[in-house]
Ligand binder design. Sequence first.
Ligand SMILES: [Zn+2]
Length: 71
Amino acid sequence: MSETNCPLCGSQSFYVKDAEDEYEIYEFDLKGGEIVFTPEAGTSELPEVGGDTETFCNRCAWHGNLKSLRR
Ligand SMILES: [Zn+2]
């Protein structure tokens, strides 16, 4: 069991951008290292999020690969 937090602010709230539309974002929380999309993200077209997916913190300027969050 590992907690996954933003290395800068400790937030567990992140988002990823749509690969084809950078203005389309999908917010999710990392709960116990698991990706839990917020209800607002919808259920129809959720993106593939893997270790190499560029991930942005919801609360600060941090961004990087999702796998760099997992310790
Ligand atoms: Zn942050």
